[in-house]
Design a protein around this ligand. Structure first.
Ligand code: GTP
Ligand code: MG
Length: 187
């Protein structure tokens, strides 16, 4: 089928989300396979070579910092990315509420209403701090915003679901479940 498939030479993943949710920690945990005690505001852009990614595609991972970057730079990074991970902290409901009040509308606005929607993965970080799940709230967001391809709860601290999170992001680009690009099937 031509619907919902896309071939790419690389996958560019952008992490956004409120201050302190753990964006930088997630990236550094993935790279070093241990939780970094001290993190800079923003991680350097990293490239994961094709042969160590599950989908065999070179993957760029890009951090965002409200301290170091302007709104304009954020818009440019959203446009350059193939998928955006919106990170929230599972122990902080305000960061969950901001997914629908701020981040998803901001991404739609950056992309343009008449353009194909940017795939989004919702990432609930810091599951080491709680004993409940935020997945029910997240599922209702997914119903309202079809660009949300998947969701995952993880912990930069315990490394729980860290590689899965980046795999879901790759998958959202390479095998989207909703037809983000509908090609002309007539010949
Ligand atoms: P900004 O750069 O300010 O936007 O924040 P950020 O989203 O990059 O968060 P950062 O990685 O700087 O982490 C913020 C704080 O949360 C730090 O004190 C981290 O140690 C802590 N933290 C990050 N991930 C986890 C986690 O999985 N569990 C716990 N318990 N703490 C975490
Ligand atoms: Mg940061």
């Amino acid at each position: 089928t031509l619907v919902g498939t896309s071939q790419r030479k690389n996958v560019r993943i952008l992490l956004v989300g409120d201050p302190g949710v753990g964006k930088t920690s997630l990236i550094l945990s993935l790279v070093s396979e241990e939780f970094p005690e001290d993190v800079p505001p923003k991680a350097e852009e990293i490239t994961i070579p094709a042969n160590v990614t599950p989908e065999q595609v070179p993957t760029n991972i890009v951090d965002y910092s409200h301290i170091e970057q302007s709104d304009e730079t954020l818009n440019e990074e959203i446009l350059k990315s193939h998928v955006v991970c919106i990170v929230y902290a599972v122990d902080d409901d305000d960061t969950l509420d901001r997914i629908t009040s701020h981040w998803l509308p901001l991404i739609r606005k950056a992309v343009g209403e008449d353009q194909p929607k940017k795939p989004v993965v919702l990432v609930g970080n810091k599951v080491d701090l709680i004993e409940y799940s935020t997945i029910n709230s997240v599922l209702s967001i997914m119903e309202e915003f079809p660009e949300v391809e998947s969701c995952v709860e993880c912990s930069a601290k315990t490394l729980h679901n860290i590689s899965e999170m980046f795999y879901y992001a790759q998958k959202a680009v390479l095998h989207p479940t909703s037809p983000l690009y509908i090609m002309d099937e007539q010949d």
